[in-house]
Design a protein around this ligand. Structure first.
Ligand code: PLP
Length: 371
């Protein structure tokens, strides 16, 4: 482990070494076959993701960001349309709405860091075309309420499931509720590649066909006919081959993530200054804990203390997106702002052991309780 931290936030080299043989074989096969663009490895990975998520189709693209953008374009979102999402998310969720020429409407979040369904209905206007729920940190939004509201107003749902591959709500997987589900295989996600890539899932054949065209310059491969202006957003075949190997481990990795989350929950729940995220034991939600995010008093001092103790943490996001002046997002989101002052992500990856988790818990106890 070439990392200076006692408990690193991620540990890519160890992650690789644990499955090195299978990854190396997959890479060699791609190189030996010269299978670089749109080959059988990609088709197989797409099929496996579709069956894992529980949708009819899956289309590989070159990032989670493009999965979202191509979804909006394929759904016909255009100038003047309003798309509702949240500010407490990675900037890509909002950027793609702007890039599709639509207007981003941001709603506040609740204590689970996800869209507050009680506020959603209030921001719907005659111009609203779609809702983009962001299933943050590996937990779904309340999809019962959200689909109910979407149905009532005739709105499309584009799921930003970049952080929630494998997560469930009422036994149904993220990415299978909306018109499309959008995934990212950025290295730090639960299923991470060796660079950028993403995937769109859908049950709608017309949308699947459109996205397949859009990712490949809108060229009809058998006739050469150009059906419009598209993009170069194909998922590299090499990435697909590697990700397909890793997908087989994903259920086991998710179970380990949940085990660590349960340890954190048990160790931190009694600390008054800490608010833990929703616990793993729950009938309605199956969370995959892409991030383990607590709300902590004196957050910045805690972060410094943990760093000194050799615990690597990340703060996402200390400055809420709508307060970045250059983005020109004029919204009042008090809960988003309050939470941004308290959030801190603790190390949770499949490479750390129970002793390391216990070490983090002890360090946090020491910080607040001085024991
Ligand atoms: C990672 C992420 C994205 C973007 O995915 P990329 O593959 O990095 O483009 C979008 N939304 C959320 C919530 C993410 O976490």
């Amino acid at each position: 482990m070439n990392n200076a931290y006692k408990v690193p936030f991620v540990d890519y080299p160890t992650h690789y070494h644990n499955i090195k043989k299978k990854i190396d074989t997959a890479i060699m096969d791609v190189l030996e076959g010269g299978d670089f663009i749109l080959r059988h490895q990609l088709a197989e990975f797409e099929e496996n993701i579709a069956s894992f998520v529980g949708t009819k189709y899956a289309i590989g693209v070159n990032s989670g960001t493009d999965a979202l953008l191509l979804s909006l374009l394929a759904a016909g979102i255009s100038q003047g349309d309003e798309v509702i999402t949240v500010a407490h998310t990675f900037v890509a969720s909002v950027a793609v709405i702007v890039h599709s020429s639509a207007i981003a409407v941001l709603v506040d979040i609740g204590e689970d860091f996800n869209m507050d369904m009680a506020q959603l209905e209030r921001v719907i206007t005659l111009k609203t075309k779609a809702i983009m729920p962001v299933h943050l940190n590996g937990r779904l939004c309340d999809m019962e309420k959200l689909t109910g509201i979407a149905h009532k107003y005739g709105l499309l749902i584009i799921e930003d499931a970049a952080q929630s591959l494998g997560a469930e709500f009422n036994k149904q997987k993220a990415g299978s509720f909306g018109l499309t589900g959008c995934f990212s295989f950025y290295p730090a996600k639960v299923l991470g590649g060796i660079g950028d890539s993403g995937m769109v899932t859908t049950n709608n054949k017309e949308i699947a066909d459109k996205i397949r065209l859009l990712r490949d310059h809108c060229v009809q491969r058998d006739t050469g006919e150009l059906l419009g202006y598209g993009f170069n957003s194909r998922l590299d075949n090499l990435q697909a081959a590697i990700l397909d190997v890793k997908l087989k481990y994903l259920p086991k990795w998710i179970e380990r993530r949940r085990e660590i989350a349960a340890m954190y929950e048990q160790g931190l729940t009694d600390i008054e200054q800490v608010r833990t995220p929703p616990a793993p034991a729950n009938n309605q939600y199956y969370d995959v804990y892409t991030n383990y995010v607590i709300q902590a008093e004196q957050r910045d001092s805690l972060a410094k203390y943990l760093k000194r103790e050799g615990v690597e943490t990340i703060i996402s996001w200390a400055k809420p997106m709508h307060l970045h002046e250059n983005l020109e997002l004029n919204f009042k989101l008090p809960k988003t702002e309050e939470i941004s002052r308290k959030v801190i992500s603790l190390p949770l990856n499949t490479e750390i052991n129970n002793e390391q988790v216990a070490y983090v818990i002890k360090a946090i106890q020491e910080f607040y309780l001085g024991v």
